[in-house]
Write a protein of this length. Structure first.
Length: 184
């Protein structure tokens, strides 16, 4: 009998021991925090994901639960160069080792090269995938090459004329200085 695993309430240890595999194609709208970063959402946007559990033996002979995830999505954003829409491809491929609890994860975090998480019988895989996609977002989304020319000058024709018409405030001070020298 094969056990059914739920990505919303995943028993990580049982999933790893069974060598479980899950995959799916979800609407981007299901990932609320990620959807807030998007510009121009539509229901056709998908998050494709897969997860694989593994039970690995450590050098001390104790078994460890591991979870590997692969997540791909394309997020519509605003190009920070031309301010037009740009679809940003996001791709995450990570492995996590699970330890007994948060205290153990905190204690081992500085010593371990692996990403550590606390074991749970109700682990939300979708939340982990959303967190990883949020961290994969570019700080400055932009096209490799913008579809239209980007104006690099931010002043108009009237700008120089407006500055030329204003009297220089220091010219008035200079005239006061001349008056003051003549008095002395």
């Amino acid at each position: 009998m094969t056990k059914e695993f739920s990505p919303q309430r995943l028993d990580v240890k049982a999933f790893a021991q069974a060598g479980g595999r899950l995959s799916g194609h979800d609407s981007l709208l299901k990932y609320e925090r990620l959807a807030q970063e998007a510009k121009g959402l539509h229901p056709d946007l998908q998050v494709d994901w897969s997860a694989e559990g593994q039970w690995r033996m450590a050098s001390d002979g104790i078994g460890q639960a591991w979870l590997g995830i692969k997540v791909r999505a394309s997020l519509p954003m605003e190009c920070q160069r031309c301010l037009g829409p740009v679809d940003m491809p996001l791709s995450v491929e990570r492995e996590f080792r699970f330890v007994a609890d948060e205290a153990t994860a905190d204690a081992l975090d500085g010593q371990s090269a692996q990403d550590l998480l606390a074991l749970s019988r109700e682990f939300n895989l979708h939340t982990l995938m959303e967190d990883e996609l949020l961290m994969a977002l570019p700080v400055v989304p932009k096209h490799d090459e913008c579809p239209s020319a980007v104006p690099l000058v931010c002043q108009d024709d009237d700008f120089e004329q407006a500055n030329a018409d204003k009297p220089n405030p220091f010219a008035a001070l200079a005239s006061l200085r001349k008056v003051g020298k003549g008095d002395g």
